[in-house]
Design a binder for this molecule. Structure first.
Ligand code: F3S
Length: 62
């Protein structure tokens, strides 16, 4: 699975980094998914981060 943060949508709330720090990190004021592909052990927390993003900026590609 691949995770992509849409930088035009991300408002930099940092929630995804708090939920899943092994996949997401902040670059300046936007989140970036640095784990590519998302390791199997992080898929569920990554899905959780995508669900909880307040602006639905996280796109998951299976
Ligand atoms: Fe941005 Fe959503 Fe993460 S707003 S910082 S992608 S939770």
């Amino acid at each position: 699975m691949k995770a992509i943060v849409d930088p035009d949508l991300c408002i930099g709330c940092t929630l995804c980094v708090q939920i899943c720090p092994s996949v997401f990190e902040m670059h300046d004021d936007k989140a970036f998914a640095y784990a590519d592909p998302v390791p199997g052990s992080d898929i569920e927390t990554c899905r959780d981060a995508a669900r909880q993003c307040p602006v639905n900026a996280i796109i998951l590609e299976e």
